[in-house]
Design a protein around this ligand. Structure first.
Ligand code: MOS
Length: 741
């Protein structure tokens, strides 16, 4: 398809429609909105993990140049419900809004200094003097484990789930493994940190915000401040990466709105890179015990997966690591539990494939260990236990082509040539290992709405209050609209990221394409019908009198299917109409959608080279094949999966948020010491797909692709490291010190 294609726009590797805007700097991100008289807020964060603020001396800061106002717990407005938003996650979280003097974690916002310039606010913020009455903090996850508590739910399921007769499953096992895997705290680091510009005009508030959920921000900020949601508008046309961190409203958003009201000027707060580590979430650490049993032929008899993850002192957030265990393999008996360990940290949050990223690591390592115990090939073990339905509640899948993924990726990788024994391939000073794992992530979908308008110039404006967090929403929705309408993609203009547009769900849980896509399809079908109806009824149209079902839109033209000379452009019709012709539509999952389980799947194979003496690990290649339903855009789909695998490598080998156990401070709160991969760390990544539209999931046959790419990767790498070295590392990240210890 070229850029003017339409008939087969869906699936084509169309370049990002917003690419030129991003490349030229024309795309405006939240921090780049500059309403008249804009001033700058800089947050002051606590320097102890637990206690009370005894004194907060702002006198020097107050008199520093340019300072307009300093917000603290002493002058903050008293908010309804003490600022505890009456909105559920993901949007609504328990925030630090200066309603009292209590400090629950290090780097908790405790003041905002507002000044004419960012530099003035930064300088003055350094002059704020705080003294605390410190209290003993709980920082050590292992020490706090005995006090773990049971959360209300885990990923919208009960914290404890069991099926079959777990005790009988254990008795039936002939081979057993029982291991504990751990994953560390990690922090999101999108290129664009969080940022909010708050602008009051009378009693109306506009927020330019870096968010995955414009309508969630509107509702949460309105409820937190105690004002009507229709007085709040949220604008977010471009987001420089979200990954879950921007799925919630964090404290700075509300603080910016409060400060802007106090100074009666627009206020901008940018969360700086260090502040990304603490007050805006991050992935919690986990400790996961997994027990598996099988008969000698490799048939699983049971699974047990007990997950401990950390949360803050003041809000429960669950990393639902065992959800993937409940559906990935065919074990007749099993049980899973989730427990939370309270620490004096900021509340953790959703991070790319929350649950599945960490859970698949533990589960896939366990499968690998069982394969060695059974003397069975790891891929053969997974095929032997292939699930035709979910283990815990017996739901059939909307569509599942995992076997094809295993076969295709194994073939491309050359898995059949793998020697079974660990430490059996050497290349110079390198030990070579091959490992594999299964990838999976649920397919989520919620109701979404869209509007389509035929413009006077014959182009089509399509709108939905969704978000493009870098995933390609603008591009893929343009493709869906163009193909559905029968117009070239260059005739479609898609708008999103504004609460004045028809409502759409959070861009989280990989659900944007699968939720908004059907709404765009529905509204474009509706508009197409309206346009054809008008043409055949319009005495001035060459199509006048053509039977309705013999008229269509093709290549941007209204055409009579049986008489090729009877045609007119959409712009001609638009010109005669005088006013825009528009349609709105909503699309949502069928009422009985919950009877089926909808998931994407994949197979990941990895090769590692481990330096025999130094323990240094290189990843020369990862080969993966995915079943994600139909793809909307071959290029953006590839980018999503490649990016997910890069993050999987990062999770396996590099990322680790380190807290000083004595002072409760994250000590590597920067991109020099919080390691993420650079280009030299990433070598060949071979991603392919088995294209099978999932039409039982939605009418486009698509499932989300934003998160599955990170799943399975850390497991495949850990398994490859074992195959290379004979050393089983169950604690992420797998660093050289663990290998040479
Ligand atoms: Mo995703 S972690 O649900 O944005």
């Amino acid at each position: 398809m070229n850029d003017d294609g339409w008939a087969d726009a869906i699936g084509a590797p169309l370049d990002r429609t917003d690419g030129p805007q991003k490349a030229t700097g024309a795309a405006r991100y939240a921090a780049e909105f500059a309403p008249d008289k804009l001033c700058h807020g800089v947050m002051v964060l606590s320097t102890i993990p637990r206690g009370r603020i005894v004194s907060l001396d702002t006198s020097r800061a107050q008199h520093a140049p340019g300072v307009l106002f300093i917000l603290t717990h002493r002058n903050a407005p008293v908010l309804p419900h003490h600022g505890l938003a009456a909105v559920k996650p993901p949007a609504g979280r328990v925030l630090s809004l200066f309603q009292d003097d209590v400090v629950h974690y290090d780097r908790q916002p405790i003041a905002v200094v507002v000044a004419d310039t960012f530099e003035q606010a930064t300088a003055a913020a350094a002059l704020v003097r705080v003294t605390y009455a410190a209290q003993p903090a709980v920082i050590d996850f292992n020490a706090a484990k005995p006090h773990a508590h049971k959360p209300k739910e885990a990923g919208r399921k009960p914290p404890d789930v069991a099926w079959g007769d777990p005790a009988a499953g254990e008795r039936a096992a002939e081979v057993r493994i029982d291991i504990t895997c751990t994953t560390p705290m990690q922090n999101h680091n999108p290129l664009e940190p969080h940022a909010t510009v708050a602008h009051w005009e009378g009693d109306r508030l506009t927020l330019y915000d870096a968010t995955q959920y414009v309508s969630g921000v509107r509702e949460t900020v309105a409820k937190t401040l105690g004002i009507d949601a229709d007085r709040v508008r949220v604008v977010s046309p471009f987001v420089g990466g979200g990954f879950g961190s921007k799925g919630s409203v964090w404290s700075h958003v509300v603080l910016a709105a409060i400060c802007a009201q106090k100074v009666d000027r627009p206020v901008k707060i940018v969360v700086d890179r260090q502040q990304m580590f603490g007050p805006v979430g991050g992935r919690p650490q986990t400790s996961q015990r997994i027990a598996l049993g099988a008969t000698r032929d490799g048939a699983l008899t049971h699974v047990r997966h007990d997950v401990l993850s950390h949360t803050s002192e003041f809000e429960d957030f669950v990393e639902p690591s065992a959800l993937i265990t409940q559906m990935l393999y065919a074990y007749p008996h099993g049980s899973t539990t989730h427990r939370l360990v309270k620490l004096n940290t900021g509340t953790p949050t959703f991070q790319r494939a929350p649950g599945e990223a960490t859970g698949s690591f533990a589960l896939e390592v366990a499968l690998d260990e069982l394969a060695y115990a059974l003397k069975m090939d790891p891929l053969a073990l997974r095929l032997k236990n292939h699930a035709e339905k979910t283990a815990d509640d017996g739901k059939p899948f909307t569509s599942k082509h995992l076997r094809e993924c295993y076969a295709q990726a194994a073939e491309r990788f050359g898995w059949s040539r793998r020697p079974a024994a660990p430490r059996s391939i050497e290349r110079g000073s390198m030990l070579v290992g091959w490992g594999m794992a299964t990838a999976s992530y649920p397919a989520n979908r919620m109701g979404a709405s869209a509007r389509a308008v035929l413009q006077p110039d014959g182009t089509i404006l399509v709108q939905s209050g969704s978000q493009d967090i870098g995933t390609g929403t603008y591009t893929v929705m343009t493709q869906v609209a163009a193909e559905t309408l029968g117009v070239p993609v260059s005739h479609v203009h898609f708008e999103l990221g504004d609460t004045t547009l028809p409502q759409a769900p959070v861009s989280g849980g990989s659900m944007t394409a699968a939720s908004v896509g059907p709404a765009v399809q529905a509204v474009c079908q509706k508009l197409r019908g309206q346009l054809v109806d008008r043409a055949v009824a319009d005495a001035s149209s060459p199509l006048h009198g053509v039977p309705r079902e013999r008229a269509a839109i093709d290549g941007g033209w209204l055409v009579a299917l049986d008489e090729s000379h009877r045609r007119e452009s959409l712009s001609a019709l638009a010109g005669r109409a005088g006013t825009p012709i528009e349609a709105t539509a909503e699309a949502k999952p069928a009422d009985d959608a919950k009877k089926l389980a909808a998931h994407s799947f994949g197979a990941v194979f990895a090769e590692v080279h481990v330096d025999r003496d130094l323990g240094e690990i290189r990843v020369p290649r990862v080969v993966a094949t995915y079943d994600v339903g139909r793809r909307l855009n071959a290029k953006t789909a590839l980018s999503q999966l490649q990016g997910g695998i890069v993050w999987g490598i990062s999770m396996a080998l590099l990322e680790h948020t380190i807290i000083d156990p004595h002072v409760g401070r994250i000590v590597n709160a920067n991109l020099a010491e919080y390691h993420v991969p650079v280009n030299a760390d990433i070598q060949a990544i071979d991603v392919t797909f088995v294209d099978n539209p999932d039409l039982r999931f939605n009418p486009l046959g698509i499932r989300g692709i934003g998160e599955i790419g990170i799943t399975g990767v850390a497991g495949a790498l850990a398994n490859a490291v074992y195959h290379a070295t004979g050393r089983r590392i169950r604690d992420l990240p797998i660093t050289l010190d663990k290998l040479i210890a």
